[in-house]
Ligand binder design. Structure first.
Ligand code: XMP
Length: 512
């Protein structure tokens, strides 16, 4: 395995991911890990990540110098390079200009790390640093340069020391040959073989969860979404019925959602699932409420209350499973202490502290697409694995204005048609999210010879990679036409359909 020591770079996870893409297992440790801890992992190679600090800062994160003399291959990236330089007797200085963005790398040694790289002359690389190497440490030599950095990469190769350093970031997509450089490091230099697969991730996570949990009980707030379902299935694989999942039907779920969760997770996957029907309670709580933030608060509060009551019925619960993904971990600043890295944006965010539960977050190192692969590996069906994101407050923020059973029924009718048409057109996986919104106004129409005065449905469909920015999906006109005509004909109470053509920003994906 390869260890990645995290010095706080926002790209640390990407390094680990690129290495896993090369089918070599990689694991991230905070740079505060002791030498003994690091060596206990018996790494075949170690990557020192970049980071926001400067080696001259008072509290600059560092490592034990002895790490460099263990004969373990080391790759220092950006801050990692500066740290190697600083600790080994070289000199790092503030660059007169921060170097940020694209640079052309001229390679002076293609024997190992740069094997097959930049063969056309130079290689495009992505730089992002304020400090640079003024003098290399003894024993190092430059293996690549750019017009700005005479030492854009260096190495020291003796029996005891096998250290490679890069001033640029090989892990980012803007360094097109970066993945190949990392592959050279792990294959050529560390001698790893490409044998790691998602199955080995499962095995390893299972062992880890078993060790962590022992005989205690674990609960999980299952939403039916991809992340919580995969996290639950993985935990279930590890500890079986020591895991209890709680699913709360809050009355604002999509059509058929509760049945589907029951069918797949309880009947097919045999998870120990408690389904609470709280439709009436939530809808009573939402009665007359039109402000979106108040809707969110009411739903969040009732959810926690229910979860709390239900979990107290179970004895010796010590852990809560959460499907936190890497993008949920705002910034990788783990050397400041793990607590700084957790973004509790989930709807169950307040739970662990309130209930004094410890967290199990088996997906913390994964990206969404990796979680989907993992879900499939665990035997979850496509309907769960390829689910689109769905907000915690559910349809309550898609029925604009006050939420009633009747208005929810209209929305669900429209939503089912939108879903069928998008799937029918083969667009499902291209679109990040699509849904119907019920507007709080009525408009005039004519059906047969009758004047109507009825509801408006807006269709929202967006493309996105992470939900942070989004563009409206260019759905073919004939698909839109079918949706519109079916909604107006089949859903009673709707006489007009509009398509939302706003991007995010400045609009948001949801209307509330
Ligand atoms: P917006 O509407 O902010 O949405 O562009 C971005 C993503 O977040 C989802 N969303 C929520 N998810 N609780 C959630 O768990 C919420 O209150 C919430 N509001 C929006 C939205 O569906 C989209 O995927």
């Amino acid at each position: 395995r390869i260890l990645v020591l995290d010095f706080g770079s926002q790209y640390t996870q990407l390094i680990a991911r690129r290495i896993r893409e090369a089918q070599v297992y990689s694991q991230i440790l905070p740079c505060t890990a002791s030498l003994a801890t690091i060596l206990a992992y018996r790494p075949q190679g170690i990557v020192l990540s970049g980071g926001p600090s400067s080696v001259y800062e008072k509290k600059a994160p560092s490592v034990a110098k002895e790490l460099f003399d263990q004969g373990i291959p080391i790759l220092g990236i950006c801050y990692g390079m500066q740290l190697v330089t600083h600790l080994s007797g070289g000199k790092v200085v503030k660059a007169p200009h921060r170097e940020y963005g694209r640079a052309d790398l001229l390679i002076d040694d293609r024997s190992d790390l740069f094997k097959g790289i930049g063969t056309g002359g130079s290689a495009v690389v992505w730089m992002s640093h304020g400090d640079r190497i003024e003098r290399m440490p003894p024993g190092f030599r430059s293996i690549a340069h750019t017009s700005n950095s005479p030492v854009a990469a260096m190495k020291s190769e003796t029996k005891q020391r096998r250290i490679y350093c890069l001033q640029f970031h090989p892990e980012v997509a803007h360094t097109p040959e970066g993945a190949k450089i990392l592959r050279n490091f792990v294959y050529e230099i560390c001698g790893c073989t490409p044998t790691w697969t998602m199955q080995s991730y499962v095995d390893q996570a299972v062992t880890q969860i078993r060790e962590q949990v022992g005989k205690d009980r674990v609960i999980c707030a299952l939403s039916g979404g991809v992340d919580s379902s995969v996290a639950a299935a993985l935990t279930h694989r590890a500890i079986g019925d020591q895991l209890t999942c709680i699913f709360v039907d809050n009355g604002v779920l999509r059509a058929g959602e509760r049945e589907q969760v029951k069918k797949t997770l309880a009947s097919q996957m045999h998870l120990n699932l408690r389904v609470l029907d709280r439709t009436t309670q939530f809808l009573d709580g939402l009665k007359g409420v039109t402000d979106p933030e108040r809707k969110r608060k009411i739903i969040g509060r009732l959810f926690i209350q229910n979860f709390d009551v239900e979990s107290k019925k179970l004895k010796s619960v010590k852990y809560l499973v959460q499907g936190t993904l890497y993008p949920d971990v705002i910034e990788s600043v783990s050397f400041k202490g793990p607590s700084a890295t957790i973004k509790t944006h989930h709807n169950v965010g307040g739970l662990p502290a309130r209930m004094k539960l410890k967290l199990i977050e088996p997906l913390r190192e994964l990206f969404k697409d990796e979680v989907r692969v993992l879900g499939t590996e665990l035997g979850l069906p496509d309907e769960i694995v390829w689910r689109q994101p769905f907000p915690g407050p559910g349809l309550a923020i898609r029925v604009l204005g006050s939420v009633t059973k009747e208005r929810l029924a209209i929305l669900r009718g429209a939503e089912t048609i939108v879903d069928q048409e998008i799937r029918g057109a083969g667009l499902y996986r291209e679109i990040w999210q699509f849904f119907a919104v019920l507007l709080p106004i009525r408009t005039v129409g004519v059906m047969g010879d009758q004047r109507t005065y009825d509801n408006v449905i807006a269709i929202r469909a967006v493309t996105s990679v992470d939900g942070m920015t989004a563009d409206w999906a260019r759905i073919p006109n004939d698909v839109l036409a079918r949706m519109s005509s079916r909604i107006i004909n089949e859903v009673k109470g709707v006489n007009r359909v509009v398509y939302d053509i706003s991007s995010k920003p400045p609009s948001t994906i949801e209307w509330e």
